[in-house]
Structures are given as structure tokens and as C-alpha cells.
Design a protein around this ligand. Structure first.
Ligand code: ATR
Length: 276
């Protein structure tokens, strides 16, 4: 890339940020689409969050992504939120505009977009979410926000599942599901860290408990084929990879920053898939 004075800066703030795929994904998209932009990762500890965001604004950056542990606390430093991010209370993408700093959340919407492309309409699907952490919250909230009527949650710690369901009431009604009822679900999404590198032998659920026609999605993307995905494929389930959600949340952020056309978005997505 030619770093001229026309280049606008974008970035990621988090603690930690080492190992993040975001710089590679975004710089690859910038190059592919000929955008005059560069993307860097910034390690920002919580005590320096406000100063960092003020600095981003002051130097006229184009926008930035936010990762753990700043997704909620960053909101106090922004000027406006899109309706979904506001309801969820968590932001992962900020656009720096003449009107100020606008916060969005593309994590859950990224998965929704992948699901719509891979399995079609989702509103009438019965969706089971494994896990009740931050990722589960964004995904369950997004599903309810997008009109999915049956969202079930199963978590190792029941009290956390209960608390999450109460938290989600602003979006709609989710409910607890136990293993005996897993077979009622059309789509199962693992949001736990079970199966993530280096614990690749672990799986959050034995595939025999699922409906044989259920679609199986794992948001863990390292390894790309988790044990859950491998076993689901072997049993003939349609599978949705975590890497697709990671790519899509980045593509949606680019769409916000650059007002990309659908053709540009398709091109960016395909290119990332072939290069990754
Ligand atoms: P994230 O923000 O990525 O969702 P998190 O908030 O720490 O991370 O949530 C991790 C999720 O993975 C939780 O649902 C956690 O279950 P608990 O609420 O019972 O802790 C789940 N999880 C992590 N390790 C697990 C394991 N070995 N078995 C089952 N669930 C596990």
C-alpha cells in the first residue's frame, strides 16, 4: 500500500488486541476495493479509553472497531447510537462523521446476514443458543430484533441463562431449554468457547441430541472446523462456520464507513474468503 497523505486511518481498540484478524481483514478489503484507507490495532487499557477515543476524533480518523473489554464502556464516549446497538448496550463499530461519533453493533447482525444467505428466511426457525455470555447476548438479541419468534438458551450455569433471558426482555421473549428438548430446534448456534484452540477435542454438545435435520453453527473460528462442526458434517447436518460471522461483521463495518454498494460488499466478501 502507498501511504500518501490521502490515506484515512481506521483501527481497532481492545485489551488485548494481539492476534486479532481485523487488521488483515480490513486492509485486504481496502486494497481490493481501492479505498484510500489503512487499519491498525491499538492496545488500549480501560483507563485510557476516553483519551484514546478523544484522540481518534481529534486526528480525524474515519472510524474504528471496539473489542473486549470496551464494547459497553465506550458508549459513554460516543454522540449517538443506532437503534440495535442502543438496545443491546454494546458497540463494536464507530463511524466518525461530521455529525459526531456514531456507534453500531455488527456482531449479531453479521451472523444474521450469514444465516439469511445460507439458510434463507430465519423468522420461523426455532433457534437454540448454547452459552449465555457476551456473544450469546448479541446473537440472541439480534435474532429477536430480527423477528425470530422462538429463541432457546442452554448454558452450563443456569443462573446466567436466567439473567440473560431477563436482560433480553427488551427485545422479546427467550426461554431456557434443557438437553431433552434439543431435538425441537431447527438451528443450533454454539456461542461458548468450548472447542476453541488449543482445546480442539472438546465439543459443547453431543450431536446425537440434535434433530437430524438441524443446521449447526459454531461461532468459534479457530480452528475453522471445530469438533462440533466436524461431527455435524459427518452426521449430514448443514453447517455454518464462525469465520463467516467474523468476516461478515467486518464487511458490515466497511459498509457503514464507506457506504458501499451491494456489488462492492459481495466482492469484498468473496475476496476475503479466497485469501483467508
Ligand atoms: P463471550 O463474551 O465470548 O460470550 P463469556 O462471556 O466468558 O465469553 O461466556 C463464555 C460462555 O461459554 C459462557 O456461556 C460459559 O458458560 P458459564 O456461563 O457456565 O461459565 C461458556 N463456557 C465456557 N467454558 C465452558 C465449558 N467448559 N463448558 C460449558 N460451557 C462453557
Amino acid at each position: 500500500m502507498n501511504l500518501t497523505d490521502e490515506i484515512r486511518l481506521y483501527g481497532l481498540i481492545g485489551d488485548p488486541v494481539t492476534g486479532s484478524r481485523s487488521p488483515w481483514i480490513h486492509n485486504t478489503i481496502f486494497n481490493a476495493l481501492g479505498l484510500k484507507a489503512a487499519y491498525l490495532a491499538f492496545h488500549v487499557e480501560p483507563t485510557r479509553l476516553g483519551a484514546s477515543i478523544a484522540g481518534f476524533r481529534a486526528i480525524g480518523m474515519g472510524g474504528f472497531n471496539i473489542t473486549i473489554p470496551h464494547k459497553q464502556t465506550a458508549i459513554g464516549h460516543l454522540d449517538a447510537l443506532d437503534p440495535f446497538a442502543e438496545k443491546l448496550g454494546a458497540v463494536n463499530t464507530v463511524a466518525i462523521t461530521p455529525e459526531g461519533l456514531i456507534g453500531y453493533n455488527t456482531d449479531g447482525p453479521g451472523l444474521i446476514s450469514v444465516l439469511r444467505r445460507k439458510i434463507g428466511a430465519i423468522e420461523d426457525k426455532k433457534v437454540l443458543i448454547l452459552g449465555a455470555g457476551g456473544a450469546a447476548r448479541g446473537i440472541a438479541g439480534s435474532l429477536l430484533f430480527n423477528g425470530v419468534k422462538d429463541v432457546g438458551i442452554c448454558n452450563r450455569t443456569w443462573t446466567k441463562a436466567d439473567a440473560l433471558i431477563r436482560d433480553l426482555e427488551i427485545f422479546g421473549k427467550a426461554h431456557i431449554v434443557d438437553r431433552e428438548n434439543f431435538k425441537d430446534y431447527d438451528l443450533v448456534i454454539n456461542t461458548t468457547s468450548v472447542g476453541m484452540y488449543p482445546f480442539e477435542d472438546a465439543t459443547p454438545v453431543d450431536i446425537k441430541y440434535l434433530h437430524p435435520e438441524a443446521d449447526v453453527c459454531d461461532i468459534v473460528y479457530k480452528p475453522r472446523r471445530t469438533r462440533l462442526i466436524r461431527e455435524a458434517e459427518a452426521a449430514g447436518h448443514r453447517v455454518i462456520f464462525g469465520i463467516d460471522m467474523l468476516i461478515e461483521q467486518a464487511v458490515l463495518a466497511e459498509k457503514i464507513w464507506f457506504n458501499l454498494t451491494d456489488e462492492q460488499v459481495d466482492h469484498a466478501r468473496e475476496l476475503i474468503h479466497t485469501e483467508l
